[in-house]
Structures are given as structure tokens and as C-alpha cells.
Ligand binder design. Structure first.
Ligand code: SME
Length: 152
């Protein structure tokens, strides 16, 4: 992973070490990612609502979205929840199962977050660039997902 992303991970560690309210920590991580990575244009967490197979919007940075509750299976976020796998969409205009939150978005990456082996949430990133995400992005976001796992 590149040095810049290693530095971001150190800053995430600092946020988590400082403690405080869960949502304030998640919000600080969204703000950090949005500020440090130019091709991240919407950064947010979705949290699993227990017992309902539904994702609920948590802290985020970017345009407000109407997609505050997403059933498993619906959209890119719902696909990641159902498959429990990272999902990358290189070109959202070519994706049938997609929920648009802004006409400017061209690509998206969604990374599941597990707590004690159970899906607990997701980290969702939208980019205004097509095919914006590479292996370093996947590693960065999967490492953050694992770092925040105990918070969810
Ligand atoms: N695009 C997502 C919906 C969430 S917004 O991007 C914030 C999806 O297709 O699930």
C-alpha cells in the first residue's frame, strides 16, 4: 500500500485511540478520508439494523442521500451486504442494481464491516471519476473496516 494511505491508517488509529462517542469517531473517519483522498467524493457508513436485513445510513460526508434505509440485495450496498464481499462498480451507469445518490457519481466501492464474524455495517465510497478504485483503495478501506469493527 502506498505511503499516503499508510499515513491515513495512522490517523484513523489516532481517532480510534482518542475514544469518545461511536458516531463522532465514525464521522471523523469520514471527514479524514474525504479530505485526504481527492477521488473520494462521498464517504459514509451504513449500519446493519439487527433482525431486519436492512442497512441504515450512519455518519457520512458528501451530498445528502435519500437512501437512508437499504434492504439487503438492493443497490450496490445491498449487494455487498448479501454477499458479505467488497463490491466495486467501475461504471455505475452500466450497473442495473444501483441506487443513485448523485448524478455526478461514476464509480463506487463498498466494503463490509464484520463484528465477531457477523456483518455489522459497511463503508461506502462514491467517486466522480470512473474506475477510481484500485487495490490500494481496497486494502485501505478493508483495513479501516477491520479497525472500526469493535465500534459497531
Ligand atoms: N449507491 C448506493 C447507495 C448509497 S449512495 O451511494 C450514498 C447503492 O447503490 O447501494
Amino acid at each position: 500500500m502506498n505511503e499516503k494511505y499508510e499515513t491515513i491508517l495512522e490517523k484513523v488509529e489516532t481517532i480510534l485511540d482518542a475514544g469518545g462517542e461511536r458516531d463522532a469517531q465514525l464521522q471523523a473517519i469520514c471527514e479524514l478520508l474525504d479530505a485526504e483522498v481527492l477521488h473520494y467524493d462521498w464517504v459514509g457508513f451504513y449500519l446493519v439494523e439487527p433482525g431486519t436485513r436492512t442497512l441504515v445510513l450512519g455518519p457520512f460526508v458528501g451530498e445528502p442521500t435519500e437512501h437512508v434505509r437499504i434492504p439487503f440485495g438492493k443497490g450496490v450496498c445491498g449487494q455487498a451486504a448479501e454477499s458479505e464481499q467488497t463490491v466495486v462498480v467501475e461504471d455505475v451507469s452500466a450497473e442495473d442494481n444501483y441506487l443513485s445518490c448523485s448524478a455526478n457519481v461514476r464509480s463506487e466501492m463498498v466494503v463490509p464491516i464484520f463484528t465477531s464474524g457477523e456483518l455489522a455495517g459497511e463503508l461506502d465510497i462514491d467517486s466522480h471519476e470512473p474506475s477510481a478504485f484500485d487495490n490500494d483503495d481496497a486494502e485501505l478501506l478493508e483495513r479501516i473496516a477491520s479497525m472500526v469493527s469493535e465500534l459497531l
